[in-house]
Design a protein around this ligand. Structure first.
Ligand SMILES: *[C@@H]1O[C@H](CO)[C@@H](O)[C@H](O)[C@H]1NC(C)=O
Length: 181
C-alpha cells in the first residue's frame, strides 16, 4: 500500500520534471532557429487635414487638430518566422519620429495577425492608416518620420520575441507646401 503510493508519487514527479524539461527545451531551442524576415513600408501619399475628430479621436475643445492621412504600400516576407513553435505573428507598421518637445514618438499605422505560414507573404497597396495619425502636440511641423514593419512572434511555449525591418527613412509630415505626391 505504502510502497504503491510511493511508487506512483515517484512516477508522477519524474513525469512532471520530464515535461518541464521538454517544454524548456522547446522554448529555448525556438529562439535559435534561423530566419530571414524582410519587410518594407512606403508611404505613397501623406495629407494633413484639420478637424475635430478622426476615426479614433474626438476633441470637443477644438477643431484645429491636425490628422495625417497616409496611403501605404506594404511588402513583407515573414514566412521564415513560422516554425513548430510559432502560434501566430502580430505584425504592425510603425512611424517613428522626434519633435523638439518629445524626442521619441511611435505611431502604429496598421496591424494584422497572421496565423499561418501561407499568409505570411504580405503584398498590399493602397493601405490607409488604420489608427489616427496625430502628434501629441496636435500639429505637424517639420516632422521627418521613419517607417518600418514590426512583428511579435507568439509561441506555443516560451517567450514572445520581437523584431522589425529596416526603416524607410525621412517621410515629411506635412509635405513642404507646393510638393505633391
Ligand atoms: C531615421 O533614420 C535615420 C537614419 O537611420 C536616423 O538617423 C534617424 O535618427 C531616424 N529617425 C528616428 C526618429 O528614429
Amino acid at each position: 500500500m505504502n510502497s504503491l503510493q510511493n511508487r506512483a508519487n515517484a512516477v508522477m514527479a519524474f513525469s512532471i520534471s520530464a515535461i518541464f524539461c521538454l517544454l524548456g527545451a522547446i522554448a529555448f531551442s525556438a529562439l535559435i532557429i534561423p530566419s530571414n524576415p524582410t519587410g518594407t513600408v512606403a508611404l505613397d501619399s501623406i495629407k494633413v487635414v484639420t478637424g475635430r475628430y478622426d476615426k479614433y479621436w474626438v476633441d470637443y475643445k477644438t477643431r484645429d487638430n491636425e490628422f495625417a492621412n497616409t496611403i501605404m504600400r506594404i511588402d513583407a516576407d515573414l514566412t521564415s518566422l513560422f516554425h513548430w513553435n510559432t502560434k501566430q505573428l502580430f505584425v504592425y507598421a510603425v512611424a517613428e519620429y522626434s519633435t523638439p518637445t518629445h524626442p521619441k514618438n511611435q505611431i502604429v499605422l496598421w496591424d494584422t495577425i497572421i496565423k499561418r505560414k501561407s499568409k505570411a507573404m504580405i503584398r498590399k497597396k493602397g493601405v490607409t492608416n488604420k489608427y489616427s495619425l496625430i502628434d501629441v502636440n496636435k500639429k505637424w511641423t517639420n516632422v521627418q518620420a521613419n517607417v518600418s514593419i514590426h512583428w511579435n512572434i507568439v509561441p506555443y511555449v516560451g517567450f514572445m520575441t520581437y523584431g522589425h525591418s529596416k526603416a524607410s527613412e525621412g517621410y515629411a509630415f506635412p509635405l513642404p507646401s507646393g510638393i505633391q505626391n
